[in-house]
Design a protein around this ligand. Sequence first.
Ligand code: LRH
Ligand code: MN
Length: 438
Amino acid sequence: MGYVAVKKTMSAIPQDIIDQENAKLMAAHQADYDALGVRLARVGIDIEHIVDRLMTLEVGIPSWGMVSGGTRFARFPMPGEPTHILEKIEDCAAVHQVSGLTPRISLHFPWDKANDIDEVRDYAHAHGMGFDAVNSNTFQDQPGQRLSYKYGSLTHSDPATRAQAIEHNLECIEIGDRLCAKGLTVWIGDGSNFAGQNEFADTLDRYLESMKAIYAALPHDWRLFIEHKLYEPAFYATVIQDWGTSILCAQQLGPKAQCLVDLGHHAPSVNIELIVARLAQFGKLGGFHFNDSKYGDDDLDAGSLNPFQLFLIFNELVYAETRARGQFNPAYMMDQSHNVTDPIESLLNSARAIAGAYVKALIVDRKALREYQSSNDVMMAHHCLRMAYETDVRPALAMARLRKGGAIDPMMTFRASGYRAQKARVRKSRPAIGGGII
Ligand code: LRH
Ligand code: MN
């Protein structure tokens, strides 16, 4: 995806703390690793090859996930949470330092607006961090904003309001370009709460007209991610409600436009891995917002409720990669709201779940699976997936982290660092003002 190489000069967590914690666990880790290596070799899999593949996996961190999240009812800030973008970057760097998996931050504007965007870039680079897709925001009105998005933004019936929303997206591209980001994610809450409020086809025409203007402003090597969502804030119809509408729009817009799958943006029983396979088959799978949910867009920790679904999604991704013969680079990002846990611990938890799902998908015996599928041996085909899913791959995950300077045990190492308590001593606390996701 052509991200800039960054020279790390600053560490969020003193590296010797990570090394000390690793030293205590090294012997047991090595024994577990060797045992897994023997077990995988028994079925013809080279554990070193798997770890090498895992070392290439990179997942973007949502800047808005670094503070305690909330709901419309309330938000409960946590002592030591970041109070501005530089502190958010420092915390993102701590997640990457311990997990080795999250080298890029996905920023959201205007939430992450800064007077000196070059300072933000350089501060991140100094921590060994880069930037993933930037996110525009035309689902809230900003103080002093001329025209309201109450009745929509890129699809508003008023051309001036649409122009204002387009202008904001062009500004996000400009800022993102200064940050060496390579993508823009456009999620809009546009939709209706009453039948008759909007004309569906006309509204989508307006969406495409607006997105064409944004598409035209993309730098040559950028991608435009269309994020669909079933409902909320609209509760009758949402303009970009599902993957079908998303892929039709991406095909209309052009090759740089692709579909972003936020796992929480589907009705509870929807088969998301099937959607992933469809989007990948037609070259329109742009990326992910990983999280988990039970009811709605709950933005819970990825893999915390449906780890098997996460595995099945990566099972489709691993197969799609073989089918795509190299033209396959979905942008993996997390999008979570940490309402009752330390955001860093939740992101470490989710990073481990995502890496685990990927490694389990890599060890699926695809040759056997293909044979069982073509001979309609249903149970053995399913068994292939179960055997991979039920394999304890934690030693391989730990080895990849270790080889990237991270922690054998991320959670216990982060706790041992005393990072949050130290930040609580130096950072101003943010008042708990009402609800809202951040
Ligand atoms: C919408 C969404 C979108 C972000 C927002 C914070 O629900 O998933 O990706 O802009 O959350
Ligand atoms: Mn999202």
